[in-house]
Design a binder for this molecule. Structure first.
Ligand code: NAD
Length: 392
């Protein structure tokens, strides 16, 4: 099987789906690697490193023609999407639950779509393929560095001849993979850290990192299925926002990571709460999106300063800003999945396999993933009616 590594087309995306060391790992599985010239440049993996590892460097057109499977980090776009052909497979983080039209379109063109974000993460044999976790780890780490560099004071307690600086008070909202990594990183920088989540089981994880777990009276548990949070009811949401407000205002730095699968991110920091924060405070909203994030007013990819002097950073794609580490981890995840789905050097799609049941979205001209199929029913793959998102 020939696997083609495309150069990512999304602005600011510096990651690459396979790093040179993957070439040697895939070879014994009967997988040959083609690399679009310059694909690894953004992550500091030059064409020469791929060539030395045994890959073939080609143009995008050559790659799209010759590859049996295309591997990407984000969703295929532009001429990569247009160039996919019937019978070809595409592996990437395709976010089919938030973009079911893409899945419907790929099915209509008989492209097999395999999305790493559908992986059953609690399955131990799937953990080496878990790109959501590997990328969230990178994001949680970088969020703290971004916050620290925007903050006008120190994170650690510093006692000097010129006086004593108190440590920064950091609040992390949402303590899943990214949140726990943010807590660990902020602690290593010397901040006093508090973590909050609607899953009570995260309390012990937060405390094991030397942080304090914030418990609210209004929402004691919103644990959902598969270790994820469930969406809060309207009443719970309002009560949570109100109770969180005074805690948020008492912190210097707030890092928000809260997500509910397939739903719009919950609003945790309201406009009034931002107004109650002191000048010089910093919010890093990792959930920022065009649909809104965890903090009112955050804009994805932008750093803004509110009238009352709060710096708000909308940071939805931090892994792209740590491209070498993020690509290295992603490449390991992708390599494990490619080897899992290959038999005798050919793609072997088996929806009965527990891992494949989660990741294979389209095959043989159909959307076969049940969750995505439910959303694409009634969708027009030619670009007509858009599938409604789940209720907010
Ligand atoms: P995520 O990205 O879906 O969400 C981030 C965090 O936001 C979660 O901890 C969630 O509980 C929290 N959240 C959602 N709504 C909230 C609200 N209204 N207020 C406060 N917090 C809110 O989560 P994730 O990082 O992908 O992790 C989800 C779960 O999966 C965790 O339990 C994690 O331990 C588990 N997990 C397990 C494995 C494994 O078993 N190998 C691997 C990865 C993750």
């Amino acid at each position: 099987m020939k696997v083609g590594v495309v150069k990512e087309v999304t602005p600011g995306e510096r990651r690459v789906a396979l790093t040179p060391d993957a070439v040697g790992r895939l070879g014994p599985g009967g997988i040959e690697v083609l690399v679009e010239s310059g694909a690894g440049d953004g992550a500091w993996f030059p064409d020469s490193a791929y060539a030395e590892a045994g890959a073939t460097i080609v143009s995008r057109d050559e790659l799209l023609t010759a590859a049996d499977a295309i591997v990407t980090v984000g969703k295929p776009e532009g001429n990569v999407l247009a160039g996919l052909r019937a019978g070809q497979a595409v592996f990437g983080m395709l976010a089919p639950l938030t973009d079911p039209d893409l899945a419907a379109g790929l099915a209509a063109r008989s492209v097999t779509a395999i999305s790493l974000d559908g992986l059953p993460r609690t399955l131990s044999r799937a953990q080496q393929m878990d790109a959501l976790t590997s990328q969230s780890n990178v994001a949680g780490y970088k969020a703290v560095l971004v916050a620290a560099s925007a903050f006008g004071r120190f994170f650690p307690l510093l006692i000097t001849a010129a006086g004593t600086a108190r440590p920064a008070k950091v609040l992390v909202l949402g303590t899943g993979v990214a949140g726990l990594q943010a807590i660990g990183t902020a602690r290593r920088l010397g901040a006093v850290v508090t973590g909050y989540d609607v899953r009570p089981s995260s309390k012990s994880e937060v405390e094991s990192l030397g942080a304090t777990f914030l418990e609210l009276k209004s929402v004691t548990s919103a644990a959902g299925e598969g270790g994820y949070a469930r969406e809060l009811t309207e009443d719970e949401r309002r009560a949570q926002q109100a109770e969180l407000s005074s805690h948020i205002a008492a912190h210097d730095v707030v890092i928000t990571t809260a997500q509910v699968p397939g739903r719009r991110p919950p609003l945790l920091v309201t406009e009034d709460t931002v107004k109650a924060m002191a000048a010089g405070s910093v919010i890093v909203d990792m959930a920022a999106s065009i649909l809104g994030g965890n903090a009112a007013g955050s804009v994805p990819g932008e750093q803004i300063v509110t009238e009352n002097g709060v710096t708000m950073i909308g940071a939805p794609n931090l892994p792209a800003t740590v491209p070498t580490a993020a690509s290295t981890a992603y490449s390991r995840n992708m390599t494990a999945l490619l080897l899992h789905m290959t038999s005798d050097g050919s793609l072997a799609v088996d929806p009965e396999d527990e891992i494949q049941a989660g990741v294979v979205i389209t095959h043989d001209g159909r959307v076969i993933h049940p969750g995505v199929a439910a959303m694409t029913a009634g969708s027009d793959p030619e670009g007509g009616a858009r599938v409604e998102r789940p209720a907010d």
